[in-house]
Design a protein. Structure first.
Length: 511
């Protein structure tokens, strides 16, 4: 029973299907480490293994075999076991997802929605590009939710939010199965065609995107007549976070072939950073002639309103502390300065609000820290790098080593409980709690909804990073400086410690 629970908790795409062949070594090692900590959560009780099957010890790595019984259910149900649920727009893994603040980004939202609603668009593909932190995912999420809330669900064929180093969200071969599963439920008449496709070849979801194109996309959409006035849209966010450049190109080739070769009744909205290899591909024929280019421009008014309302919420939440401060706080001039420094990066604005609104700190002092930042260079990352550095420098200097070890573990494992982290790092919970205090602007702390005593190390508050940009900053020695995280060294250290914990646990239980 213990082993099954770990699989359910840590299966990143919600699936235990054995066909996942492209897992990274980091993912496997992370699973290995967490499994060890599960066993340790009840030391001295061999009953944890009492009902486990197909469990073997080897060197001393755990190997869990999940029996794959032949499914007698529908093709769509079988498909649901082989998709990336975490990549969908309404997944629990992304909850709460980034969204546009009320009455902000209206022009950007209108451009995308107009493209989706156009009954006869001149172009079938929109490429929305912008640097990191400019709110691409928020725009995509808000557009999808707006369409569905207004009764236009049939215009959303499906959505896929790529996520670098997020299991199931960083692999191209999950894209079409996940889109097709959503299309089966969103588009009238599509369910039967999806069902037939999977029943004809249940192995399709595990094949390459090239092998999936015709049976999973072309045939179902060619056989399912769309609305007489409309063709549905596929939303693909964060293409640059797909795991390799070649995989990203394979996605673009799939789109190009679908539109220009097979001419299926479908349109696409793709969001990504303006990486050179993506820009070059979009500019090549035959894809180029189908593209509507859309750069997510800086929106001064929306950014100003986002910050203004965010600070107002902080004032309301901390009314007792702010009772003697004259409104508005901060001044409009300060808001303008922050907007200028954000340079269109909503990530900078969001991180600033979380930092200032930290429940364990004084908002006035926190804002002053932000206002005295001095970027070290004029690079595109300078403001965010300086902000991240300042946040980390605010932690006690005598706990610097603990800080780096905590950050390293979270970066490598992506998500881990506070209690399990203490065991894995051989660090006191007091030190870890002290280090985490003041880092709520970059580290998300998710309290568990339930509690089971035997699994307290997994069901204590979970830690994860708010944004990929922090990992990019911390693992770049030139940018992070004294706060650089050597991922390879961290991973080796975690594996060594996990093996030690396993050996010790087996010694205690007499196994």
């Amino acid at each position: 029973m213990a082993v099954v629970l770990v699989i359910l908790v840590f299966g990143a795409d919600g699936s235990t299907h054995p066909c996942r062949r492209e897992e990274s070594s980091t993912t496997k090692n992370s699973f290995h480490i967490v499994l060890l900590l599960t066993i340790m959560s009840n030391p001295g009780h061999t009953s944890l293994f009492q009902d486990a099957q197909n469990l073997t010890f080897r060197d001393p790595t755990f190997n869990v075999t999940v029996n794959n019984h032949e499914s007698r259910t529908s093709g769509v149900h079988s498909l649901s076991q082989m998709i990336s649920k975490d990549a969908m727009y309404d997944s629990s893994a992304r909850n709460p997802p980034p969204r546009c603040h009320a009455e902000t980004r209206e022009l950007s939202l209108d451009k995308v929605i107009t493209f989706v609603d156009d009954p006869e668009p001149e172009k079938q593909v929109m490429w929305m590009n912008a640097p990191f932190g400019h709110g691409k995912s928020a725009v995509m999420q808000t557009v999808i939710e707006t369409l569905i809330a207004s009764g236009r669900k049939h215009r959303v064929a499906g959505a896929f939010f790529f996520g670098r180093d997020k299991e199931g969200r960083d692999k191209a071969h999950y894209l079409l199965p996940t889109i097709l599963y959503q299309a089966a439920h969103n588009i009238p008449g599509m369910y039967e065609h999806v069902n037939n496709a999977i029943n004809a070849d249940p192995t399709l979801p595990s094949k390459s995107i090239e092998a999936q194109l015709i049976p999973l996309l072309v045939i179902p959409f060619q056989h399912c007549s769309p609305s007489s006035t409309h063709t549905p849209t596929v939303f693909i966010d964060g293409l640059d976070e797909c795991y390799t450049i070649e995989a990203q190109r394979s996605v673009l080739k799939m789109i190009s072939d679908a539109i220009t070769v097979y001419r299926i009744p479908l349109r696409f909205v793709v969001a990504s950073r303006p990486e050179a290899h993506l820009s070059d591909y979009f500019k090549k024929e035959p894809l180029h002639s189908t593209i509507r280019f859309f750069t997510l421009d800086d929106d001064f008014r929306s950014m100003w309103q986002y910050l203004r309302e965010g600070f107002d919420e902080i004032c309301n939440a901390r009314a007792d502390e702010m009772s003697e401060i004259s409104a508005p706080w901060p001044s409009n001039a300060t808001i303008y300065d922050l907007v200028r420094r954000a340079s269109g990066q909503y990530l900078f604005a969001a991180t600033t609000l979380r930092f200032v609104g930290d429940e364990y700190s004084n908002p006035l002092e926190q804002l002053q820290v932000i206002l005295t930042l001095h970027p070290r260079c004029s690079s595109a990352f300078s403001e965010m790098d300086t902000l991240y550095t300042q946040i980390l420098q605010g932690r006690p200097i005598h706990l610097r080593n603990c800080l780096l070890r905590v950050l390293g573990a979270i970066i490598v494992l992506q998500s881990i409980s506070i209690a399990a982290l203490g065991d894995l790092l051989d660090e006191t919970l007091s030190n870890i709690t002290t280090v985490l205090r003041g880092l709520r602007s970059v580290i998300e702390v998710d309290e568990p909804p339930i509690s089971y005593p035997n699994f307290h190390k997994l069901l204590s508050p979970m830690l994860s990073l708010y944004h990929l940009s922090f990992t990019e900053f911390a693992t770049d020695k030139a940018r992070a400086g004294d706060f650089w995280i050597d991922k390879d060294a961290v991973e080796k250290g975690l594996i060594h410690r996990a093996d030690f914990l396993l050996a010790n646990s087996l010694s205690v239980t007499g196994m």
